[in-house]
Design a protein around this ligand. Structure first.
Ligand code: NAG
Ligand code: NAG
Ligand code: NAG
Ligand code: NAG
Ligand code: NAG
Ligand code: NAG
Ligand code: NAG
Ligand code: NAG
Ligand code: NAG
Ligand code: NAG
Length: 579
């Protein structure tokens, strides 16, 4: 369902962090530099196959990720403002403070630009939000020479989309300490992004009741969630407190469907309550019959429809991405560049962690870290295929397949549950352990006991030193939305993410009312307050021909810490609910 981009065109970024000293030019003759392999992949990602040589004249848009000045310092600063009890808790960083950590040194900029100019590359663009990328374009023939490699065409087996990549590339030895990653090279993530929804249309009438209606056991509406998790219906009051809902791959959110949804499921609020639209990378938000997408409608209806009164912005990312990763990086750089970014981002997209290189995964994760330092909570659905895959059920694998970005320790990953009384972990709820990101310290007291109890039953199938996910969970099955005018049921952690994000936004509203900063990077707070959650202790997430992991007492890699109770979330945030 994704799309691959062969010839991405230049996004004109006008924030110029550096003026490049390109004058170094022709004083000395270019010398052949000694090259060393920088990144290499041992196999083609499982959804791709080789499709011959790449067209030597095809022009590719490259980005060189330069090493940031001080990522370690940024991480330290992030925890300093995010760990409850820290003296600087809540004192989030400004855009400039973040840029000072994230940006590359002028020396790195000019050293790498000089190498590129030796190869007569003239369109070097040093502008980026965080000041740590150089962009340029080059035909495949020149890229082969520059990176001492041979680019090939690869085809995605499900979508038949063709993409130009290589399995290894080199950079000059003397520049290795300046360069983190070159993209697109060995990362293939872009074609397998998918929203995690499936749907069937059906109609039935939802009874309303003061207690949790028994029908909530198999039909989820906003009212069910309000009753189940204690989500208030009173409108938020702080217009500065916002939610951003990115939409990728031409998934458009429909105003008319939201209106019908509110009329039917939130008769207590004005049905003209709506959402704002921002676009980047030539994004659009087309309206009309068959223009809507279940994913975008779900994401909007369960933020606008649950985070009562919180302004929601749909950020539509077009196909003119500069990141070669369907906008995953562009959208966070876009938010990072704002003077006042939205305090919560809810994103229901994922792809196989193994498809992108560890260096690119790290770079995107670092950018999430930067947004966290600005005070933004990043919420992602964990994935919809149990332990087997991010997106598609797979029974033939041996190793479990963790999706990205669930493994990044700076995002909050939301798994899925179903039923009430008790809630049970949903089988589709993806969970497991990253192969790229090590377990963050905040997880040790929760994940280590789980691993101890698990024993060696899945030896070799997952990486026990990796970051475990999801962090939390929320309802994921039989969630009612309006799509193209019709009632539709959705299954997926695509629902769980917006539900949880809405609760965080409502807490942020109360914090803002009290003159306090937003929750920001959430995980240290959540793992300090397990009492917020109803522990989910049954259910499992099959995949790779196994029953997957079990939901157990305490944290587990299917329901995380459990499902949230709003009053407890509020209390943990230091707000007493006198209402
Ligand atoms: C960053 O924000 C400035 C204005 O604040 C804008 O001119 C520029 O285009 C933005 N850059 C990106 C990459 O969005
Ligand atoms: C710089 O050197 C390149 C070859 O390395 C040559 O093609 C170009 O004309 C030179 N430019 C100037 C301004 O001398
Ligand atoms: C969602 O999952 C439930 C439980 O497995 C199933 O009964 C229902 O048909 C599924 N709905 C869709 C839309 O796939
Ligand atoms: C909820 O539905 C499940 C099947 O989906 C059933 O096993 C369970 O008994 C139901 N619980 C209640 C309280 O109705
Ligand atoms: C919604 O409708 C009410 C009156 O019915 C009006 O006062 C209000 O301005 C409208 N809001 C929007 C966002 O259009
Ligand atoms: C982007 O989408 C537009 C509209 O669907 C299409 O016309 C254009 O060819 C696409 N561009 C690329 C590079 O995929
Ligand atoms: C399932 O996983 C195996 C091993 O990774 C892979 O070879 C196969 O293509 C996958 N099947 C599907 C349907 O994705
Ligand atoms: C396991 O995860 C760690 C990071 O937690 C990583 O460094 C290591 O390479 C991974 N091992 C494998 C075999 O993937
Ligand atoms: C919506 O329902 C109508 C009436 O049942 C039907 O004609 C139409 O095809 C449905 N649209 C979609 C997108 O399912
Ligand atoms: C899950 O629980 C079942 C039943 O208690 C047990 O047989 C199985 O070994 C457990 N699996 C894991 C992965 O913990």
């Amino acid at each position: 369902m994704g799309q691959s981009r062969l010839l991405p065109s230049l996004l004109l970024v006008t924030f110029v962090a550096y003026v490049l000293p390109l004058a170094a030019g022709n004083d000395s003759l270019p010398q052949r530099r000694s090259m060393a392999i920088h990144e290499k992949r041992t196999n083609i990602p499982r959804h791709y196959a080789r499709a011959g040589d790449a067209d030597l004249d095809a022009v590719m848009k490259f980005r060189i990720g330069l090493k940031s000045r001080d990522v370690t310092g940024l991480e330290k600063a992030l925890y300093d403002v995010s760990v409850p009890g820290s003296p600087n808790y809540g004192q989030h960083l400004t855009a400039n403070e973040v840029r000072n950590y994230m940006s590359a040194s002028a020396e790195s900029m000019s050293a790498v630009a000089e190498w590129l100019s030796e190869h007569e590359i003239t369109d070097i663009d040093p502008s980026s939000t965080a000041g740590n990328w150089l962009s340029f374009s080059a035909p495949v023939s020149k890229a082969n020479e520059l990176f001492d490699t041979t680019f090939h065409s690869f085809v995605h087996k499900r979508t038949n989309e063709v993409t130009i990549r290589t399995l290894e590339y080199s950079i000059p030895r003397d520049l290795a300490h300046h360069i983190a990653v070159v993209h697109p090279t060995v990362s293939f993530g872009t074609s397998s992004v998918r929203s995690s929804v499936s749907s069937i249309a059906r109609s039935d009438v939802q009874a309303r009741d003061e207690t949790i209606d028994p029908s909530c056991n198999n039909t989820i509406t906003p009212k069910c969630l309000q009753d189940l998790y204690g989500i208030p219906t009173t409108p938020a009051t702080q217009s500065s407190n916002q939610i951003a809902v990115p939409g990728l791959i031409d998934f458009f959110a429909q105003f008319s469907d939201l209106k019908s949804f509110l009329e039917e499921f939130r008769p207590d609020i004005p049905s003209n309550t709506t959402f704002a639209v921002e676009t980047l990378d030539e994004g659009r938000n087309l309206q009309g019959p068959d223009k809507g997408a279940t994913e975008a409608n779900l994401d909007i209806q369960y933020t606008v429809g649950l985070a009562t009164g919180v302004p929601v912005t749909f950020v539509s990312v077009g196909n003119d991405t500069t990141d070669g990763a369907l906008g995953f990086l562009d959208v966070v750089e876009y938010l990072l560049n704002k003077t006042s970014p939205p305090q919560v981002m809810s994103m229901s997209y994922a792809f196989d962690e193994a498809n992108i290189s560890p260096a690119l995964a790290q770079r995107i994760c670092d950018t999430y870290m930067a947004l966290g330092a600005r005070g933004v909570t990043l919420v992602f659905g964990s994935g919809d295929a149990g332990v087997g895959d991010a997106l598609f059920q797979n029974d033939t694998c041996f190793e479990f397949n963790p999706p990205f970005p669930g493994g990044c320790p700076f995002i909050t990953s939301v798994g899925g549950t179903t039923n009430i009384n008790p809630e049970v972990a949903a089988q589709l709820s993806t969970g497991g352990f990253s192969n790229v990101f090590p377990r963050p310290a905040y997880q040790d007291p929760f994940v280590l006991p789980y691993l101890d109890a698990l024993g060696n039953i899945y030896e070799g199938r997952f990486n026990a030193s990796g970051r475990g996910y999801p962090d939390v969970a929320a309802q994921a099955l039989n969630v009612k939305i309006i799509n193209n005018g019709n009632e539709t049921f959705i299954n997926g952690t695509s629902a769980s993410g917006p539900i949880f994000a809405s609760m965080v936004a409502l807490v942020n509203d109360r914090l803002a009312q009290a003159g306090k900063p937003p929750l920001g990077f959430l995980n240290p707070f959540l793992y300090s307050h397990p009492e917020i959650f109803t522990d989910i202790t049954s259910g499992n997430n099959p995949g790779c021909g196994t029953p997957g992991f079990n939901a157990t007492e305490g944290w587990d890699p299917i329901s995380g810490l459990g499902t949230p109770q709003f009053a407890k979330l509020l209390a943990a945030a230091g707000i007493s609910d006198e209402a």
